[in-house]
Design a protein around this ligand. Structure first.
Ligand code: B12
Length: 343
């Protein structure tokens, strides 16, 4: 398909299905500190309320599947080496920019054949229920891991939409789903998947490493493994992600120096290092101190299970320094306490 979109479908601009589920998710506080999720709920659940004159929503998906051996059920936990793990969607250039510019190119093409066309493109850039719209447009179904799973592509797909004034007939949702398989629910290291496709963000490693500010609750730290930004565990475990074709080269090209970086180096980053390394990357969403906090937890998890004296010795000095820095003190102390021989 031109412009690299792997799937396209049309949803209606009327209120989305399962709006009651979304409201219940909020009522249960599953959104944790993400207070923006509780704002503009009416607009989020109805594209016609978000964009005046909206008649249809073009829903699009682009794959970022890693391809090759990485599409197997690769475990990213426990850490085998003292190196940082970054979720796959965040290893390249910021996907918001890539997807939006392709939407603009598509909008130009539509306008060239239909001059009355008006539209607005969204990539998680406004309150839009992206998964619900994609499911309604027949791009895939909502898996037990909460992700939209596109048949033949799996769940390593990113979503975007063009809310338009065109009167297009909506596509039908797909039949079927994840019945019988609970691999993602079993694999989640913190028990964040509630079954039925809902996620308790308060326990989700993706949330804890990216969105959460402040200290990470002690009983959830072990679940982070060596993940310092995001988590793919529920996607790695999903059989629909095994042996899928490699995704779009612009999304899969490795750009961040953070993935696989020795944790000892990351613990030594200054704010300037963080600023330079995260420009144009989704990783910038986790602020400097949050990234150091995550690195401290990942180091603690490594120290708890290693017999490698060399790597242990490299982690102790930067962790000791962090015990003096306000926002990461608790995690740094905890991490040092995980080293069997450390006082
Ligand atoms: C908040 C958020 C998070 C939070 C909360 C996640 C969650 N599951 O709610 C946190 C920080 C934890 C997170 C993590 C991740 N996220 Co996020 N996130 C979002 C965001 C901004 C809102 C999601 C939301 O509304 N959650 C609330 C719940 C209740 O809504 P929901 O998940 O959409 O579920 C609805 C549907 O399932 C619907 N439904 C259920 N069955 C059916 C059936 C039919 C027929 C229909 C029509 C609807 C329907 O009912 C639910 C309620 O409305 C979206 C972007 C957006 N604007 O939508 C990205 C988004 C969901 N995230 C995305 C990604 C990539 C991730 C991660 C994989 C990143 C990572 N590797 O760390 C993880 C995956 C975690 C997981 N298992 O969900 C992608 C998902 C793509 C996909 N294939 O699904 C999105 C769509 C961004 C994008 N533009 O591509 N995320």
């Amino acid at each position: 398909m031109p412009l690299g979109f792997a799937r396209l479908g049309v949803a209606s601009s009327h209120p989305v299905e399962h709006a009651d589920v979304f409201r219940e998710w909020l009522a249960q506080d599953y959104h944790a500190q993400m207070s923006y999720m509780a704002r503009n709920v009416k607009k989020r659940l109805c594209p016609a309320q978000l964009v005046e004159g909206a008649r249809s929503v073009l829903c699009l998906a682009i794959s970022y599947a890693p391809g090759g051996e990485e599409t197997g059920p690769t475990p990213s936990h426990p850490p085998a080496d003292a190196r940082a793990f970054v979720a796959r969607y965040a290893r390249g250039r910021d996907y918001h920019r890539i997807l939006k510019s392709r939407c603009y190119a598509l909008m130009d093409r539509i306008r060239s054949v239909e001059p009355t066309f008006r539209g607005r493109a969204f990539v998680d850039s406004a309150p839009v229920a992206e998964r619900s719209l994609a499911a309604a447009a027949g791009l895939g179904w909502i898996g037990r891991n909460g992700c939209l799973i596109a048949p033949g592509l799996g769940s390593y797909v990113l979503l975007c939409e063009i809310v338009s004034n065109l009167d297009l007939p909506p596509d039908a949702p797909l039949e079927g789903g994840c019945e019988g398989c609970n691999a993602c629910v079993r694999a989640c290291p913190t028990g964040a998947l509630l079954g039925g496709g809902l996620v308790d963000a308060r326990r989700c490693v993706s949330y804890l490493t990216i969105e959460h500010r402040g200290s990470i609750c002690t009983d959830l730290r072990r679940g982070l493994g060596h993940r310092v930004f995001g988590c793919d565990r529920c996607q790695e475990a999903c059989p629909h992600n095994h042996c899928v074709p490699a995704g779009d080269p612009e999304l899969t090209a490795l750009r961040t120096p953070l993935h696989d970086l020795p944790l000892a180096e990351l613990l030594d980053w200054t704010e300037t290092d963080w600023d330079q390394a995260t420009r144009g990357s989704p990783i910038r969403r986790a602020k400097y101190h949050a990234l150091l906090r995550n690195a401290a937890v990942a180091s603690g998890n490594y120290l708890a299970q290693t017999t490698n004296t060399q790597q242990t010795l490299e982690l102790i000095p930067p962790l000791t320094r962090l015990t003096d820095i306000g926002p990461c003190q608790a995690e740094a102390r905890w991490a040092l306490g995980q080293a069997p021989s450390h006082p």
